[in-house]
Design a protein around this ligand. Structure first.
Ligand SMILES: [Zn+2]
Length: 264
């Protein structure tokens, strides 16, 4: 099986859809990641993770394919930093709805949207609800780190506040995926220190939501402890996360339709 939907012809997709494959739709963002990481981090990493997870699924004879990455995300909180491209929440919602409806129209129906950017999470939940209640289409949505929360907590060297943005986790994963692009001499730490009620870490959202712009929280765009990252740790985490996503793909491939609901 091919990994990327883009490498199929339309004729081949007809055969593929008969197998009811799991379709991973990676969702990223294009935004600043401090002075040491490039703008592409979110879309590049989530696409990479989706591809590797599907490769691992194929080794287990699970039918799965990766749809083209949605590279643009909701990033208004990063707009004070040059190069960031943000699309409006309505635009992002409509882009995802249109892509999912296109896939479903030709019977690619077992869709997991794999997210790689915290700012997309609320929109993604809403999209899942809209698809179900407006269009009767079931999809699954998750961010890649959701599959490995326990393992990431064991893996990390930072205290709470160290994994947030351009942080220990993202820097380690980039060191694994494309070390030469990481500007190691520009790494600075900025673990978030604020009320735990508002959440300081990607792995521990607080109980109270407060929207803030990144410039208010960080001069250079980092929130977290990237100095604790290493290539070795990145390789280790990449294997953990792609194993976990591929475990989910296997499980998801067996869900009854309507997905995870009552049997047909
Ligand atoms: Zn990021």
């Amino acid at each position: 099986m091919k990994v990327n939907l883009g490498n199929y012809t339309w004729e081949e997709v007809k055969d593929l859809s008969d197998k009811d494959p799991v379709v991973l739709l990676p969702l990223g963002a294009f935004e600043q990641h401090g002075k040491h990481l490039p703008l592409k981090v979110d879309e590049f990493m989530v696409n990479n993770i989706a591809n590797e997870s599907v490769k691992k699924s194929h080794q287990k004879n699970i039918n799965a394919v990766v749809a083209p990455v949605i590279w643009s995300g909701y990033s208004p909180h990063h707009m004070d930093f040059p190069g960031t491209i943000s699309i409006k929440d309505e635009t992002l919602t409509n882009v995802i709805l249109d892509i999912v409806e296109s896939l479903v129209k030709n019977k690619l129906e077992r869709i997991l949207i794999l997210n790689g950017h915290g700012g997309n999470i609320a929109i993604l939940k809403n999209v899942g609800q809209k698809l179900k209640y407006d269009k009767n289409i079931y999809i699954a949505t998750a961010s890649y780190w959701d599959f490995a929360m326990k393992e990431i907590n064991e893996w990390r060297d930072s205290d709470l506040g160290g994994i947030n943005h351009a942080c220990e986790m993202e820097t380690a994963l980039m060191l694994h995926m494309q070390e030469e692009i990481v500007k190691k001499d520009k790494i600075v730490d900025n673990p978030l220190k604020r009320s735990s009620y508002t959440g300081v870490d990607l792995l521990s959202g607080g109980s109270v939501g407060v929207s803030a712009s990144f410039k208010e929280l960080s001069d250079h765009g980092v929130i977290g402890s990237p100095s604790l990252a290493s290539k070795k740790k990145g390789t280790e985490l990449y294997e953990i996360i792609t194993d976990k996503v591929s475990d989910f793909i296997e499980d998801f491939s067996k869900w009854a339709k309507p997905l995870n609901g009552k049997n047909e």
